[in-house]
Every structure is written in structure tokens, then in C-alpha cells.
Design a protein around this ligand. Sequence first.
Ligand code: SAM
Length: 261
Amino acid sequence: MLYLIPTPIGNLEDISKRALLALNNAEILFCEDTRVTKKLLNLLQIDYSDKEFISMHSHNEDKVLQKLDPEILRIKNVGYVSDAGMPGISDPGAKLIQFAQKNNIPYTVIPGPNAAITAFVASGFEGEFTFYGFLPHKGSEREKKLNEVINSKTISILYEAPHRIEKLLNELKEKIPNRTIFLAKELTKIHETFIKGKAKDINITNSKGEWVVVIDKGETKNSLTLTYNDILNLPLPKKEKSKLLAKISSKSAKEIYKELE
Ligand code: SAM
């Protein structure tokens, strides 16, 4: 049977009894990084001398799964552990689940630590939310996704790396200065920090650490929703039309402009 096992996102005490049991019982452990998992097992005082470790991360998971005999998952106790938190959330895990589903292998997911949900609850925002994970790092892809987040009718949750948090904050200050945002840093750790306020009023003095950004939903009053076809039929110059269409499609304004010719 396959167990997806969540691990602490900072505080070792957050390991659950079920997760401990699954880690102890696992005969084979698939790990995002075997070194990270072995370090955790040492901290948890779990003897792993008899366990087999198989590295499985975003760059090799297809290959590993191609070679994997489904029978092994049926007859052995197998676990999957990402570096921290819940596997499958901005971490590998989904492909292994798909493999189990395809091959009728019994599996379970043990609930546990997750930065997005913890930050959302800490934010005090109420209502529907959308989890975006990491934004694309740069270029028009980032711009497009960020616009989607900003125009979202739900609360948005983003993950961000320490070396990019200031960039993201500056983008939010520029685009939505008066929107309330919530930053959670180093959740569950000694230096856990919460910052809430209007984007324009927030300044970060120390970006070191792990961050979750929660953004309140945008004002929906007076907003108008246009479909792709609505925009196509607007009496606008081709250039303006392409720019608008690019905002709601995966194509660039240039590509759309060409199609409109
Ligand atoms: N699977 C993990 C989970 O369940 O939350 C997320 C893995 S993702 C690769 C790592 C990102 O999650 C970090 O860059 C950060 O944005 C967020 N994160 C993880 N641990 C965190 C923590 N203790 N405090 C704040 N954010 C954290």
C-alpha cells in the first residue's frame, strides 16, 4: 500500500502519530531528496537501516514511474515524502497518485502540515480562496498570472522564495496599493512572523526565510466581465484588442495580433 506522508514545515513537533507510524512501517521510501528525509528520520529517531530509499523529484518522476513495478506498491509498505509539508502541494506527489490510480493500488494520504492552509487561517481573511503556488519567475507569463491573481474574485494564496519576496511586494504595491495583503514568514518556527496591511504600507526589513503571501480578493463592484468573443466584437483597434485578449488567454498580444490579420 502507498502512503503519502506529510512532514513538518519547520516545527518537528508537528509530525503526527499516523505519519510517524507510516514512516516507521515503510519498507520503501520514495523521497524528493533522500538526504533531507534521512535527516528528518534521524531527528525523529527512526531507524532506517532496513529501508530502501528511492529518489523521486520533479526532474525524474516520469522516468522512475516508467520503471516502477506496480506489484511492489501492492505487496510492500511504501511511503512518499517531500522535503517539507504536504506532498503534491507545490511538490511532487500527484504523478505517484496517478500511477496508483491507474494500477489499482490502494493508497492513502495522511493529513498534515501545509504552509498555504496555515497562512490562510493566520490571515484572518474569510471566504473562498484560490491557491496559486509559485508564480512564474519572469516575463509575460509572470505578468499574466499576477494579473489573474490581482483580478481574482477569491482570496489568493501564493508561495514565494526569499530572494523574490521584495520583487513580489513591489509589484503588489504598484498594481494594488490599497488592497489588504497578509504575509506569513517562517510558519511554525521560532521566528514566525505575520504582517497584515495595505500593500503600499508594507515594508520588509529582512526577507530571509520562507514566505506565504495571502491577497484579499479584489473589489467586484462596478466590474464588467467580458469573454474572448465579447472582446473580439468590440469596436477597438486591432492592437488594443490583442492586448486585451492576451490578458485572458495563454497567447501573447503579438500572436493574437497576427491571428487577427
Ligand atoms: N509542500 C509544501 C507545503 O505543503 O506547504 C510546500 C513546498 S514548496 C516547494 C515550498 C514553499 O512553501 C516555500 O517557498 C514557501 O513559500 C512555503 N513554505 C514552506 N514552509 C514554510 C514555512 N515554514 N513558512 C512559510 N512558508 C513556507
